[in-house]
Write a protein that binds this ligand. Structure first.
Ligand code: DGJ
Length: 730
């Protein structure tokens, strides 16, 4: 691992255990992208900058400078000066002209990695990471652009971020500040993205790249159900185990754009950053703007290796919570059990039954405050509804704890209902365009979190409740997207900062929460999984993955989520059948096996399900206790994908020391007139002998990986099995 600068060759070389990233400087100081890929030893030339080819560099051929600018592989391209590909930085001066050009000025290389002010960001010790900062300058605008790169050797990740500072006398308007760019030669790349909808989040999508610009983006004020702030380029032959993958993932929870452009010269430019539409930052003299972090990952061993590297990276360098590797309570949430129709007695009856079954925490979801008996009111009025919670919240918590369960609670702190005392007192606290009735979504408006007193109010609403009772868990929900972007607080020339300031406001509030309540288990949520992104992981070790809790729909949703995120972060529960969203009936055991590949819990009325199903809960709870640590810490392998038309779905978690593995197999539809199914189980020590727990049969790691393993006697739709292998001989 390390970063070196070769002064003679004008090359920066950054190495992780298996990858190398090279940046070169042209004679004029243009910062160019030379190489990203498999790890290299020595490097003799910065040939890929093609400075010896026409149109040459401007110092050799000023006449064709624009041809140079439109061709040179830029590390961080600026707009308005003749590079017609997608720019990363667009700056407008006081006269209204758009144009900037940046040149290398100096650099620093240091151990460790500084944090990003006000933003979530990866972290690492001085032994784990090193940081290169290249300082570039636009001498005309007197603006500096700091390009930072941190190298995480073991996880094969390089993170990037950008800071722009105004050292001149004019106010600059930043109309676009992306966080990362990769300019490379095309290799017939295909584009891998995640897309979906409410209840169908993060389905994997792969498509050929065409000439021109394509990608994925959100303008919804959150990372969204529909798109995901991730884009990877993969070579056509890429599978789980083979082929090249270049991934970019954004540590941000608001509007984003991830794009790849196939240019006239068959080069690709891949960019990632805050979406420039509806973004403009006023940068006054002496001020700076910090853009969020981008995570770059390269794998020469297929998608699976990228996945495992990202899982390790997020576990080791993004999730701060003390619960990361700690036992998470098996919870029961009353949302799908009761929706808004509950009171203390109902909750206590669920708690009593849950305790008997081995469940460890009761979570009281939406509907406990104000006069909220449906989703049409009371957001903002965070005082307990004593018609429902008759003896008060503190007493309910006490009673639940006496039953032997921990207590968790739901909030939606970022919102305001038009029918709320808060809105009647402060209509100007809602985001809105003056003179226009804001669009309602779920009959609610969004609080203007750019405004400090609104953040204080919203934060205190949560904190004062947590201060008055021993509450172990908070589900922080956010149930609508943003629109009608107007703030009564921000100046006229800062209205286009609102989307970003909103996200900064959320981060500030969550930072306060985890600082004041370090023992709290926080789960983020957004109408299911609309804000499942690395930014939120910095605050909460787990995120509710989707409102669709049907085990079969979850196969696809959880596969897409686990493409990037560790299983320990994926909120997954067993719910009732027929499933509330799709009406499907699946075996209780399958619902449990699928939820095990996540945080595990229940989302049903345990007092109403059948004896037979209730009787399965203690066994499932025992499985969760037994395998949770393996699932939280192990290496994840995707064996088969129902989403890719396989008739079954299958994944595996292998312990880091290769002494055990847990394989989950789900038969989606039974196939008539078929034999047993062979699956290959990778990742184990080839020479080790492993015993299958249920039967006592033994296999070598090699046999499992290459000859395969037979799934037999599984009859019926939606049936599933868990197979646990443990090492019996090295
Ligand atoms: C959306 C969440 O995803 C659900 O789990 C539930 O908490 C509802 N909101 C409550 O309004």
């Amino acid at each position: 691992m390390g970063i070196q600068f070769d002064e003679k060759k004008q090359l920066f070389k950054m190495d992780t255990d298996h990858t190398t990233y090279v940046i070169g400087l042209s004679p004029e100081g243009y910062v160019g992208h030379v190489y990203y890929g498999r790890r290299l030893g020595k490097l003799c030339k910065n040939a890929l900058l093609r400075m010896e080819e026409k149109p040459f560099t401007p110092s050799v051929n000023k006449r064709d400078k624009s041809a140079f600018l439109d061709f040179y592989p830029m590390e961080y391209p600026t707009g308005g000066i003749g590079d017609y590909r997608e720019s990363c930085l667009d700056v407008r001066n006081e006269r209204g002209n758009l144009g900037s050009e940046i040149f290398y000025k100096s650099h620093t290389i240091r151990k460790g990695k500084p944090g990003l002010k006000g933003l979530p960001a990866s972290f690492g010790t001085e032994d784990e990471t090193e940081t290169l900062e290249i300082i570039c300058e636009d001498p005309i605008l007197q603006m500096e652009v700091h390009l930072s790169y941190s190298v995480f050797g073991k996880e094969d990740v390089i993170t990037r971020n950008v800071r722009v500072s105004n050292h001149g006398e004019e106010t600059l308007r930043l109309e676009k500040v992306y966080s990362a760019c990769l300019d490379m030669d095309d290799e017939d790349f295909e584009m891998l993205t995640l897309c979906g909808s409410w209840g169908r989040e993060r389905h994997i999508q792969r498509a050929r790249i065409q000439r021109g610009r394509q990608g994925t983006a959100s303008l919804r004020g959150e990372s969204s159900h529909q798109e995901h702030p991730f884009l990877a380029l993969v070579t056509p032959e890429t599978t789980q185990e083979t082929g090249q993958v270049y991934g970019m993932h954004f540590v941000y929870s608001g509007n984003f754009k991830a794009q790849v452009e196939l240019t006239q010269y068959d080069k690709v430019r891949m960019v990632l950053g805050i979406h420039p539409e509806e973004f403009c930052w006023k940068l006054e003299p002496g001020c700076e703007f910090q853009a969020p972090e981008a995570v770059l990952v390269y794998s020469a061993e297929g998608i699976g290796k990228m996945t495992r590297n990202l899982h390790d990276f997020y576990r080791n360098h993004m999730i701060r919570s003390k619960y990361l590797y700690k036992k998470r309570p098996i919870l029961i949430n009353n949302w799908e059990a009761t929706y808004f129709d509950f009171n203390s007695e109902k909750l206590l009856s669920i708690a009593r039954e849950a305790k008997k079954a081995g469940i460890e925490m009761l979570v009281m979801d939406d509907g406990w405050f104000g006069k909220r008996n449906s989703d049409n009111c009371s957001l903002g009025d965070w005082y307990v509804n004593e018609e429902k919670i008759t003896s008060g919240l503190a007493d309910l918590v006490k009673q639940v704890r006496e039953i032997g369960l921990e207590f968790g609670i739901w909030f939606e702190p970022e919102m305001i209902s038009p029918d709320s005392d808060l809105y009647r007192a402060h209509p100007d606290w809602a985001i809105r365009i003056p003179g226009r009735e804001p669009v309602q979504s779920r009959e609610q408006y969004v609080l203007d979190l750019s405004r400090p007193e609104v953040r204080d109010y919203a934060y205190e609403s949560v904190a004062k409740i947590l201060r008055c009772a021993p509450i172990s868990y908070v589900k922080w929900d956010m149930n609508r997207q943003l629109c009608d972007m107007g703030s009564a607080y921000l100046a006229q020339d800062q209205q286009q900062e609102l989307f970003h300031r909103y996200v900064l406001g959320v981060y500030e509030m969550q930072e306060r929460l985890v600082t004041e309540f370090p023992d709290l288990l926080l789960e983020n949520c957004s109408g299911g999984g609309a804000r499942f992104d690395p930014g939120m992981l910095y605050y909460s070790p787990q995120i509710w993955c989707s409102d669709d809790t049907d085990a079969i729909e979850r196969l696809r949703i959880q596969e897409g989520t686990a493409l990037l995120y560790p299983l320990s972060s994926i909120g997954a529960h067993v719910s009732d059948c027929p499933n509330h969203m799709v009406g499907r009936r699946t075996p209780f055991a399958t619902r449990g096996n699928v939820a095990l590949a996540g945080t595990f819990g229940y989302e049903l009325d345990i007092t109403k399900i059948s004896e037979e199903e209730r009787g399965q809960i203690p066994g499932q709870a025992a499985l969760c206790r037994r395998y949770q640590s393996l699932i939280q810490t192990g290496d994840y392998y995707r064996i088969a994908s129902w989403s890719l038309k396989s008739p079954y779905d299958c994944w595996e978690v292998v312990s880091k020391d290769r002494t055990e593995a847990l394989v989950t197999y789900v038969q989606v539809l039974a196939v008539p007139n078929s034999h047993s199914t062979k699956i290959r189980i990778p990742g184990l020590n080839p020479d080790g002998v492993y015993m299958l727990e249920k039967t006592g049969e033994c296999f070598t790691g090699e046999e499992l990986a290459y000859c395969g393993f037979l799934i037999k006697d599984l009859n019926g739709d939606f049936q599933s099995r868990l197979y646990h292998f443990s090492l019996v001989q090295e």
